[in-house]
Design a binder for this molecule. Structure first.
Ligand SMILES: *Cc1c(COP(=O)(O)O)cnc(C)c1O
Length: 412
């Protein structure tokens, strides 16, 4: 029995139930992953007991000598991983990393340009329900409705008209590669700064499987918990020239004390990501997404943009006559966790949607390869094509449990 179970049965039981859900289900949410035991251990460590406002060597509290060491490890490893001149590992999340760049580069009311949420962007890129949409004058670009990919000519046109202070690129539901050079050139042509938010594809960028924006764009922001497979958190990379303004925007501009246990876990994650096996892992994520996409396509399901270059697949379920919500619920009953997602030219609300987003990072971490992806793709297609067949859903649910059980979360 865990120590927690002796002091707080309620919470310990919930954690046990969640462990069972993760163990016997298939996690296909594109933004999720499973961290290593080493990352978990650092996150659950006594590093949480300390206030360390400031930065290594310049803290507002005594007793930070070991926190300086661990934050420097995290910064140096992140710089090495992406070839960055400067790194800030304090943002509490991806949204906080983006907020810091906005604070560093804009005044309230300034024009911001970004990808629309309904076509693949993120809430923190200027959605009216987010601080980013309330503080800045936002104009958004989308994808070309024919190819369902970014039309760089159209982005340049909008930039010329709007003259934004900042252009944001990067997405949460975009299955294709992003041309960071093109975005920086467009930004330069209108005297704007370019920010690449690689929250989803950071692992692919770090390993060269997707183009790495660091050194190309002015500012790169990321989460550390998606393809990077670290603790829940954010980070920023930029040139030495912009280092001071970024650091000031994070602290004291936007946050208080850094989460030092999370920063320790980020350091552990970045070391893991520097190993050759992490490149193999990211390569397998993409191979797995392609293998599953092929099966879904063969079943006549429509893939937005026609396929995938990265870790995720976006399905348009319009032809099946079902909503993203119905699909999410039906697959959930079989232990396959996915999320409903808007698609380009969406006509349903974000709570219902016409699409489904499927990602391979977490199942790839468990060691599954193309063969398993093809099997899972068959199950998904079978359920989506006959969504009210409860007998089939429950039979697949049993098979999902059996497959997942063969790939323990922490085999060691
Ligand atoms: C996930 C995501 C974020 C934000 O991450 P949080 O840590 O949840 O704040 C920011 N940008 C993009 C593109 C994302 O996909």
């Amino acid at each position: 029995m865990s120590y927690l179970a002796t002091t707080d049965r309620d919470v310990a039981d919930v954690i046990d139930m969640e462990r069972m859900r993760q163990t016997y289900g298939l996690e296909l949410i594109a933004s999720e992953n499973l961290v290593s035991r080493a990352v978990l251990e650092a996150m659950g460590s006594i590093m949480t007991n300390k206030y360390a406002e400031g930065y290594p060597g310049k803290r507002y509290y005594g007793g930070c000598e070991f926190h300086d060491v661990v934050e420097n490890l995290a910064r140096d490893r992140l710089k090495q991983l992406f070839g960055a001149e400067h790194a800030n590992v304090q943002p509490h999340s991806g949204t906080q990393a983006n907020m810091a760049i906005y604070f560093a580069t804009m005044e309230c009311g300034d024009p911001l340009m970004s990808m629309s949420l309904s076509q693949g962007g993120h809430l923190s890129h200027g959605s009216p329900v987010s601080f980013s949409g309330k503080l800045y004058k936002v104009t958004q670009y989308g994808v070309d409705l024919e190819t369902e990919t970014i039309d760089y000519g159209a982005v340049a046109e909008i930039a010329k008209k709007v003259r934004p202070k900042v252009i944001v690129c990067g997405a949460s539901a975009y299955p294709r590669t992003i041309d960071f050079k093109a975005f920086q050139e467009i930004a330069d042509s209108v005297d704007a700064r370019c920010m690449a938010d690689i929250a989803h594809i950071a692992g692919l960028c770090a390993t060269g499987i997707h183009e790495n924006p660091v050194g190309i764009v002015d500012y790169t922001t990321t989460t550390t918990h998606k393809t990077l497979r670290g603790p829940r958190g954010g980070a920023i990379m930029c040139s030495s020239e912009n280092a001071q303004m970024v650091d000031k925007a994070v602290f004291p501009g936007m946050q208080g004390g850094p989460l030092m246990h999370i920063i320790a876990a980020k350091a552990v994650c970045f070391k893991e990501a520097l190993r050759p096996s992490f490149t193999d892992y990211n390569r397998q994520i993409v191979k797995n997404a392609r293998a599953m996409a092929e099966v879904l396509d063969n079943h006549g399901l429509r893939l937005v943009s026609g396929g995938t270059d990265n870790h995720l697949i976006l399905l348009d379920l319009t032809a099946q006559g079902i909503t993203g919500l119905e699909a999410e619920v039906a697959l959930g009953k079989a232990g396959i966790t996915v999320n409903k997602n808007t698609i380009p030219n969406e006509n349903r609300s974000p709570f219902v949607t016409s699409g489904l987003r499927i990602g391979t990072p977490a199942v790839t971490t468990r060691g599954m390869k193309e063969q398993e992806m093809r099997q899972i793709g068959e199950w998904i297609a079978t359920i989506l094509k006959d969504i009210r067949n409860e007998t089939a859903i429950s039979k697949i649910g049993g098979q999902v449990k059996e497959l997942a059980g063969k790939y323990p979360l922490y085999p060691e």
